[in-house]
Design a protein around this ligand. Structure first.
Ligand SMILES: *[C@@H]1O[C@H](CO)[C@@H](O)[C@H](O)[C@H]1NC(C)=O
Ligand SMILES: *[C@@H]1O[C@H](CO)[C@@H](O)[C@H](O)[C@H]1NC(C)=O
Length: 175
């Protein structure tokens, strides 16, 4: 894109962003994203689930897709947690998992905000909300020690949110 506008590349890119919303049309190699992730192999699997991903992904559409998918996954986990609460007759267990539900309510809010931040181009706030998700699932994890499935879900969502944070940094031009 820059090569076709040799005179004032930055100006033209900004102009294109404004007119055609092309600012996020930037392809990054999956390896460059996942090498920054704590769990590169999980990162790889998750990113390959993005439609159109082969060796690289468009970081803008991948961000939206992953935020939306994380939202759906978080909702499924809330359903699972409600079932655990309903099934249990132990007050302490019910309380632990109710607390997890609150963590996950916060996750849904953070993901909604991450999406808004993405849309408004506030990538530092998008990164911040990814970090909120990570913290919330870690909080839930300490209480859900007797549910393998919730802990698997927590780890999966933490892997998602780390990718969202990395993509936010790419979008912000840090890489
Ligand atoms: C809740 O109980 C039902 C009926 O016993 C069972 O089928 C289901 O798997 C249980 N769910 C959870 C999350 O433990
Ligand atoms: C980004 O979002 C944060 C939190 O909502 C806000 O405080 C900050 O002013 C925003 N930055 C820009 C550049 O809009």
């Amino acid at each position: 894109m820059i090569h076709s506008f040799p005179k004032h590349p930055v100006l033209h890119v900004t102009f294109l962003c404004f007119v055609f919303s092309l600012c996020s049309a930037r392809t990054v190699q999956i390896g460059d994203i996942c090498s920054k992730h704590d769990n590169p192999s999980s990162c790889n699997t998750i990113i390959l689930s993005v439609p159109g991903a082969i060796e690289g992904v468009d970081i803008g559409s991948a961000s939206l897709y992953l935020i939306n998918t994380a939202h759906v996954n978080a909702f499924d986990t809330i359903t699972l947690i409600s079932e655990i609460i309903r099934n249990s007759s132990d007050a302490q267990t019910k309380q632990r998992y109710s607390s997890c539900t609150m963590d996950y309510t916060d996750v849904l809010l953070a993901l909604t905000q991450a999406k808004d931040s993405y849309s408004s181009g506030n990538y530092s706030d998008m990164n911040f909300n990814g970090a909120v998700v990570t913290k919330d699932v870690k909080d839930c994890d300490t209480k859900a020690y007797d549910s393998d499935q919730v802990r698997i879900d927590n780890q999966y969502l933490a892997d998602f949110s780390m990718i969202i944070m990395i993509l936010a940094d790419f979008l912000a031009g840090k890489y």
